[in-house]
Design a protein around this ligand. Structure first.
Ligand code: F6P
Length: 500
């Protein structure tokens, strides 16, 4: 007997019913299976559960005591026991609990943010026109995505990103820039990451010294020492912020430079709105909990092995990349917190892209392929560009895709028939603003935590990425020709690399 058995009996009862059947049984679900939190509206009406199954999902939420688990997270309890750490990203933007650690973290974060504000003001007033942000993973994807989404809000400083260890990335980015008017921020929680250290050296050399070098790290001394950066240009972060949850900290320095400090604060305010909601709203009307339970339904009850995020706003094109790390690095585990193997499937493959482009590439498979892939559609009601005709067309495509996938269409010609029954959640932002984006990202963070609790896994460690890093370091001497690789396949490949 697993905790998903009761849910599976609902799935068996609902088997064969598609969205139109569920709507016929319960027409009110079209509007009642939706939740609004501030600028976000999310409709779950095209998910394959009915009210009874949803009640069973909420029984699971109650059994897991999700509400108490959020309290523990927000208070600063050690929710990352494999590393003995709290995960206090919420303290970077809200102050909602009496927990001493959370209170201290919040105050410390505010102090560092004020320092960051001064650095932003100084750079805005300087001759600098371009910023190069150097970091990878959690020290890159959050800022990169938010800058891409909101960058045009404050066009004074152009912000560029280098993450990959491939020198072509640095070469391309630096090609169009002038070292005399460029500053660089080296972002690394550990300051031990190969990619960032190598790219940091390229930048230091290219800039001709450390005068316009800045750093963000939980190891500020190491940053100062390695690149000769004075402490006033090094912003701290802390062990209690996971890399993929860190855009709200000084890791967001490039965001504040690209969109302005006030807009950065508004991003935090949007996330704080979602923090308050997740703590205070009853589970039944709690958006991150509903989103997390829907993920459990699709993964563990219906067995779907992939999940797509399709953004119907070009400015959110990098959201799927950002979410891939947030979700798959957090939930890609097969060992429970207590060390035992999990007794269920965990994270599906997350991927996605911007509509309408994706409709002309892989959507064929989503409509008629043999795999059902549940989707999140993310769209924006108001556009900020002057091309309203295009925006109306964009919205019509967004609505049409979700409807076509859910309802399908029968035809005498099997090649032209659509089975339907392909679930999606529709998330609509009133407009793309710092607040709405902050709320959206925080919604996903909190949904991830709910899913980790259902699976009994730690959402805040990432040991899976370590082995590859170790092997890569170990192979450096072999690539330089001063040692031999142990593994015979690697040896044969090295032979090719050396001789060709
Ligand atoms: O890819 C693994 C990882 O450890 C991520 O979790 C982290 O965000 C990234 O590397 C970069 O780490 P750092 O900020 O320490 O350079």
């Amino acid at each position: 007997m697993t905790k998903f058995d009761a849910l599976r009996s609902h799935a068996a009862r609902l088997r064969g019913l598609r969205a139109p059947d569920l709507l016929e049984q319960d027409p009110a679900r079209a509007s009642e299976f939706a939740l609004r939190v501030g600028p976000l509206y999310a409709s779950f009406a095209r998910q394959g559960y009915d009210r009874q199954a949803l009640a069973a999902l909420h029984a699971l939420a109650a059994e897991l005591d999700l509400k108490a688990a959020y309290q523990r997270l927000f208070c600063g309890e050690v929710v990352n026991p494999t590393e003995g750490r709290a995960a206090l990203h919420t303290a970077l933007r809200s102050n909602l609990t009496q927990g001493r650690l959370a209170q201290e973290a919040h105050a410390e974060a505010a102090r560092v943010r004020a320092r960051m504000g001064q650095l932003v003001a100084a750079l805005e007033a300087s001759e600098v026109t371009d910023i190069v942000s150097v970091g990878i993973g959690g020290s890159d994807l959050g800022p990169r995505h938010v800058v891409d989404a909101l960058g045009p809000l404050q066009p004074k400083l152009r912000v560029h990103f280098i993450s990959n260890v491939d020198g072509a990335a640095a070469q391309r980015t630096l090609a169009g820039l002038d070292p005399a008017t460029t500053a660089a921020i080296l972002i690394s929680k550990t300051f031990g990451t190969q990619e960032t250290l190598l790219n940091g050296r390229i930048l230091a050399e290219w800039l001709g010294g450390s005068e316009r070098l800045y750093a963000v790290s939980a190891n500020p001394q190491r940053a100062s020492d390695a690149f000769d950066i004075p402490s006033e240009r090094v912003l701290p972060m802390w062990d209690w912020v996971g890399g993929r949850y860190s855009l709200w900290s000084a890791v967001g320095f490039p965001i504040a430079l690209a969109i302005g400090f006030r807009n950065f604060e508004a991003l935090l305010e949007g996330a704080a709105l979602m923090d308050q909601h997740v703590l205070e709203a009853p589970a039944e009307s709690n958006l991150p909990i509903r989103h997390g339970l829907t993920a459990i339904w699709n993964r563990n009850v219906l067995g779907h092995a992939a999940h797509g995020v399709m953004t119907y706003d070009q400015r959110l094109a990098l959201l799927p990349n950002y979410l891939q790390q947030l979700v798959m690095e957090s939930l890609g585990k097969s060992t429970r917190i207590d060390g035992s193997p999990v007794d269920c499937e965990t994270v599906p493959v997350w991927w996605g892209g911007p509509g309408t482009d994706v409709q002309h590439s892989f959507f064929q498979a989503l409509h008629q392929g043999t795999q059902i892939v549940p989707l999140d559609f993310v769209g924006t009601i108001h556009n900020d560009d002057p091309y309203t005709e295009n925006h109306i067309a964009l919205l019509s495509n967004l609505l049409a895709q979700s409807e076509a996938l859910a309802n399908g269409q029968a035809s005498d010609d099997p090649h032209r028939s659509y089975a339907g029954g392909r679930p999606s959640t529709m998330i609509l932002l009133d407009a793309l603003t710092p607040q709405s984006l902050g709320a959206l990202i925080a919604m996903y963070e909190h949904s991830v935590y709910a899913q980790s609790l259902a699976w009994g896994i730690n959402a805040f460690d990432q040991f899976g990425v370590e082995l590859g890093k170790q092997l890569a370091s170990g192979l450096l001497p072999a690539l330089k020709g001063v040692a031999e690789a142990e593994d015979p396949v690697t040896r044969a490949l090295l032979e090719q690399i050396r001789t060709r």
